[in-house]
Design a binder for this molecule. Structure first.
Ligand SMILES: *[C@@H]1O[C@H](CO)[C@@H](O)[C@H](O)[C@H]1NC(C)=O
Ligand SMILES: *[C@@H]1O[C@H](CO)[C@@H](O)[C@H](O)[C@H]1NC(C)=O
Ligand SMILES: *[C@@H]1O[C@H](CO)[C@@H](O)[C@H](O)[C@H]1NC(C)=O
Ligand SMILES: *[C@@H]1O[C@H](CO)[C@@H](O)[C@H](O)[C@H]1NC(C)=O
Length: 390
């Protein structure tokens, strides 16, 4: 059997070919774009890009989280690395330390403000009484502002402090990445709102998003890499809890994905407006949805299997139950069962019902970093440029 990694390499090479031919035919070679040198990355988001914020503030996701790459729980909601880890490494930068993590962090090359369960809008019920992170996007922005002003002061103390904080000039030169919104939709669905009711909240969610990008821009940021939201209707936590929702040909919930698509339509529109308002900024919108969806619609083509079935879970058609979370111990028919993971996470898409496996994250990273899913059509390495034509 051909190994899945061979297939994936071939696919990403091919996207590169498309881009190369595009570059040579459309762009004047005299003014070819240079690769960007981002000295740091500042990330805001939810569990899709949390590298330890939730773990530091609340509790570490338990084993077998982290089993594939870190070989132990590493503050990430996956068996291994997230897209943000692959993004940082692609620029030769280390993994981002979480802003909330006071132990062993090094912020020289950036900081991560994302926490699992974060929303864009003010959350209605927060941990520990409720399920959402208190660190919604406005607060992540406030933390970024504090981070910036305080690290500049702390650096001046010299010694080890100088070696743990970013330089002042890194802030305007850094890449600002955002991946958030899934929990705003999830919150609505689980609050028993109808599809139409949740859909109607989308414009307000997007407003909250734009407001924060504007504020980050005004702090001096110039390069943004913005992920849209994934196909939430393909994830087991939706499929199990909304059994009656209409399924599409991939087995995903059609109405839930339609709300995600409307979110993405409004997000893309908002990003276009921001680009107009800020002629000095390079703001790239990245269609993560399409790449993630292709894992559900054509898993075999990309070397995956059983995309709707959870790797680390227990029970039912999707190997997922609300009371059988990955890494927990449950009682079934009087006996204790540890909710562990599947044999080969590298072949699987869904890790724990809500989050993707490292293999899926790597696949999505490979696809999006080529630029084939970007608007403007710029690869990640060129995300400091405003567009592809000069
Ligand atoms: C923090 O990371 C930077 C860049 O990798 C490195 O040069 C520096 O020595 C690290 N600081 C400490 C205190 O380890
Ligand atoms: C959810 O909505 C349905 C239909 O509108 C209603 O019958 C049910 O009581 C609601 N459940 C909760 C927990 O609000
Ligand atoms: C969401 O709202 C938009 C704008 O009104 C509409 O075009 C779209 O069909 C709606 N989608 C769903 C799933 O209700
Ligand atoms: C629990 O026991 C019942 C009765 O013996 C059996 O039908 C059922 O399949 C068992 N459930 C599980 C999850 O093993």
């Amino acid at each position: 059997m051909e190994s899945p990694s061979t297939i994936r390499v071939a696919t990403s090479l091919c996207y590169f070919c498309v881009l190369l031919s595009f570059t040579t035919t459309v762009i004047d070679p005299v003014v070819a774009l240079e690769n960007c040198k981002f000295p740091a990355i500042f990330n805001l988001g939810d569990s899709n890009s949390d590298t330890g914020g939730y773990a530091a503030a609340f509790s570490q996701p338990p084993w077998p989280y982290g089993r594939t790459f870190f070989r132990m729980p590493a503050g990430r909601f996956s068996d291994g690395r997230l897209m943000i880890d692959f993004i940082a490494n692609s620029f030769g930068l280390p993994f981002l330390s979480a802003y909330l993590n006071s132990l062993g962090s090094n912020y020289t090359n950036g900081a991560n403000f994302a926490t699992a369960a974060s929303t864009i809008r003010l959350p209605t019920s927060i941990i520990p009484a409720g399920g959402l992170s208190p660190f919604y996007l406005d607060l992540q922005y406030d933390q970024f502002v504090q981070f910036k002003s305080r690290t500049l002061k702390i650096r001046k103390r010299g010694g080890v402090y100088k070696d743990l904080m970013p330089k002042e000039e890194y802030f305007p030169k850094a890449l600002y990445t955002l991946d958030i919104g899934q929990n705003d939709l999830g919150e609505g669905f689980f609050a028993n709102k109808s599809i139409q009711e949740v859909n109607a909240t989308v414009p307000d969610i997007i407003n909250g998003f734009s407001t924060n990008v504007r504020r980050i821009y005004k702090s001096g940021a110039r390069s943004f890499w913005i992920h849209n939201t994934g196909p939430i209707g393909c994830l087991a936590y939706i499929l199990v809890n909304f059994q009656a929702a209409q399924r599409d040909s991939a087995g995903c919930s059609k109405p839930h994905n339609e709300v995600a698509q409307y979110f993405n339509y409004k997000l893309k529109e908002a990003v276009a407006q921001l680009r107009k308002d800020f002629p000095l900024a390079a703001i790239t919108y990245v269609d993560v949805y399409s790449v993630k969806y292709s894992l559900f619609s054509q898993p075999k083509k990309y070397g995956f299997e059983l995309p709707l079935v959870v790797c680390c879970g227990y029970g039912g058609e999707y190997n997922y139950g609300n009371d059988a979370s990955c890494g927990s111990t449950i009682t079934v028919n009087g006996s204790q069962i540890f909710v562990g993971s599947c044999e080969r996470p590298s072949l699987r898409v869904n890790w724990d019902g809500v989050h993707y496996t490292e293999a899926a994250n790597k696949f999505v990273f490979d696809q999006i970093s080529s630029g084939a899913f970007s608007d403007p059509p710029l690869p990640l390495k060129m995300a400091c440029h405003r567009n592809a034509s000069y």
